[in-house]
Design a protein around this ligand. Structure first.
Ligand code: BGC
Length: 495
């Protein structure tokens, strides 16, 4: 990644700008990726435990999250790192089977409940707000055995789990994020992520529908019984790839790809009419009919379900990493990593443009302008909603402590957020860097590092060391200035 991404014109445009005083800076992580302690005390098995233990070949280095960063034991060190970073909040996730070993509320794990309670208390003591994700992909295996996200009862089970969390921590947690990226349905039902099923375009669509319902049930529960007491917020986290047409001829197809990738989750929640994006719904219904299906593979919503889901998010929580260009697929197309976004269904090819510099993760290349494009598009589609960036970060391989490309990445992407706010009038309340430290990168194992802190996975201590990007980010969080001329000097700050 080179300086050219940050042109002189852009540098001048943002040099004098600052994020407003109320803007919040934080960092994010997720339980399976950092905790380890996969069978500590009475924790139940999750679909990721099962997947990595039975299908290690699905992970590039055959690794797993059994120990990961060992945050189950070393969380106090994490809190110290957070304090050094000057962050306003820490976004972390709760492992469902750590708190409810059977997946159901019939048995609460005291160890699990205490673990997250202690973490929340320690954060609050240091003035760091806990931002809690309730589901970052660790479904209890017991529930998977009953059909998981393809069973309509999952909405009840998720609401029951949500009630347990609201009861345990609602007095201290103001910001709840229900589900991290429902787009995960495509990965889980395309064999590449847990639970490793093969049911693209059928199981993945059942999962899409029931995740939306599960989210909405948790939202309505909080709204009814907890919001009057605690006044917090509940939101869904969407992964938004920015998608551009390859050529002008690809504009219509690009709209459909945006519908399946972004609208499949955003339309039901944020549009005025709710439900699936109409063009997508028509397209899949017609295709299903042509295939001889008795009904659309994209399951319909009842009017009652549409009303339940519509408006069920207090803000638009957005994870953004990548931009891709859309064109019609060649007849013999192999779809690559973007196939799992459901684009094979649409006969579209989705790929980065060759001029965008690569990162260590093959699914994203660098194009900061895409972030601004995505925010503006979402505002145009769904109105003047408040955004909160829940993930944005850089994947390197074997990153040294002097990780200049990651510094540039955050600077360049933050510059686009600033421009979206000031030039396009997009309301953005906060930004989370992914990630606090190197962690288990799902199918990429430990091959991609995304941390502001390096973690020594060969050491039993899992030693954490701040990278240059940690120093930079601590400065940004303190000053609200992206500092276009940033240069680091030893001893610049206390990290
Ligand atoms: C996920 C994270 C993951 C990140 C980078 C996001 O989609 O929420 O868990 O680490 O991508 O791969």
């Amino acid at each position: 990644m080179g300086q050219y991404l940050f042109s002189a014109v852009l540098a001048t445009a943002v040099a004098e700008r600052r994020f407003p005083a109320g803007f919040k800076f934080g960092v994010a992580s997720s339980s399976y990726q950092i905790e380890g302690g996969w069978n500590a005390s009475d924790k139940g098995e999750s679909i990721w435990d099962r997947f990595v233990h039975t299908t290690p070949e699905a992970i590039v280095d055959g690794s797993n999250g059994d120990v990961a960063c060992d945050s189950y034991h070393r969380w106090r060190e994490d809190v110290q790192l957070l304090e050094n970073l000057n962050v306003d909040f820490y976004r972390f996730s709760i492992s469902w089977p750590r708190v409810l070993p059977t997946g159901f509320p019939n048995r609460l794990s005291e160890h699990g409940a205490r673990y997250y309670g202690d973490l929340i208390d320690a954060l609050l003591e240091r003035g760091i707000e806990p931002v809690v994700t309730m589901y970052h992909w660790e479904l209890p295996q017991t529930l998977q055995d009953l059909g998981g996200w393809a069973n309509p009862l999952i909405a009840d089970w998720f609401a029951d789990y949500a009630r347990v969390l609201f009861d345990l921590y609602g007095d201290r947690v103001q910001t709840w994020l229900t589900i991290n990226e429902p787009l995960i349905c495509d990965f889980g039902y395309d064999g590449i992520f847990a639970p490793g099923l093969q049911s693209a375009g059928r199981g993945s669509y059942l999962c899409s529908k029931y995740m939306l319902l599960a989210h909405a049930r948790a939202y309505r529960l909080y709204e009814r019984e907890y919001k009057p007491k605690y006044g917090g917020t509940v939101s869904l986290v969407n992964q938004v790839y920015w998608l551009e047409p390859q050529t002008e001829q690809d504009a219509e197809l690009t709209e459909l790809v945006r519908d399946i990738s972004i609208g499949r989750y955003a339309h039901a929640v944020f549009s005025a009419e709710g439900g699936w994006p109409p063009a997508l719904e028509r397209y899949i219904a017609q295709k299903s009919a042509e295939e001889g299906e008795p009904r659309s593979r994209l399951p319909a919503f009842t009017q009652e379900e549409i009303e339940l889901i519509r408006g069920s998010s207090d803000m638009f929580a957005i994870n953004h990493y990548a931009t891709a260009a859309v064109s019609a697929a060649a007849p013999d197309a192999t779809y690559g990593v973007f196939a799992v976004e459901g684009v094979a269904e649409l006969g579209a090819a989705v790929a980065p443009r060759p001029e965008w510099p690569p990162t260590a993760s093959d699914w994203f290349t660098l194009y900061p302008e895409g972030f601004r494009g995505a925010l503006l598009y979402l505002k145009q589609q769904y109105g003047d909603v408040e955004f909160f960036v829940t993930e944005n970060g850089y994947a390197g391989s074997d990153d040294p402590l002097d990780d200049e490309p990651r510094v540039q990445y955050h600077r360049d992407y933050l510059a686009q957020v600033l421009l979206a706010m000031e030039e396009d009038g997009v309301r953005v309340a906060g930004y989370s860097a992914w990630s606090l430290m190197d962690s288990y990168e799902w199918m990429t194992g430990y091959q991609a590092s995304m941390g502001l802190h390096h973690v020594d996975f060969s050491s039993p201590d899992r030693t954490r060391t701040p990278r240059r990007s940690a120093h930079y980010y601590a400065q940004v969080a303190r000053t609200h200035d992206i500092d276009v001329d940033y240069s680091f000097h030893e001893g610049d700050n206390k990290l």
